[in-house]
Design a protein. Structure first.
Length: 104
C-alpha cells in the first residue's frame, strides 16, 4: 500500500491510553528495538514518528553513551512538552555563555 510521499502506509487502531502499535514490518525496516527512542512530532493534523539514534561519536566513547542514555528520560519529557531541539540547543548555548562570562 503506497503513501502520499511514496512510502509504505499502514492503518493502525489506537489502544487503551492512546498507545499505538508500530507494524512489525516497519520496526524491522527501521531496526526499532525495545530500547529505541522515538521522536513524535505533531505537525498540523499529522503525527510524525522518527527514530532517534545515539550520535556517531558516542560509538567510540562509552562515557558519552552512558551520559546520553542517562538523559534519555529528560529528552523524552522535552519532546512530550513540544519543545524543539533548536530551543533546547539555544538554552544550552545561553547557559554555557553565562557560565563563561562568570568565569572571565
Amino acid at each position: 500500500m503506497g503513501g502520499s510521499r511514496g512510502g509504505d502506509t499502514k492503518i493502525v487502531r489506537q489502544l487503551r491510553g492512546g498507545q499505538i502499535t508500530i507494524p512489525a514490518e516497519f520496526r524491522q525496516k527501521l531496526d526499532i528495538q525495545g530500547d529505541t527512542l522515538l521522536q513524535v512530532t505533531l505537525n498540523g493534523d499529522e503525527l510524525h514518528i522518527r527514530k532517534l539514534t545515539v550520535p556517531e561519536t558516542a560509538g567510540t566513547s562509552a562515557w558519552f553513551k552512558e551520559l546520553y542514555d542517562y538523559f534519555a528520560p529528560v529528552r523524552e519529557e522535552i519532546l512530550e512538552r513540544g519543545i524543539s531541539e533548536e530551543e533546547v540547543n539555544a538554552d544550552i548555548d545561553a547557559a554555557v555563555r553565562a557560565v563563561r562570562e562568570q568565569r572571565d
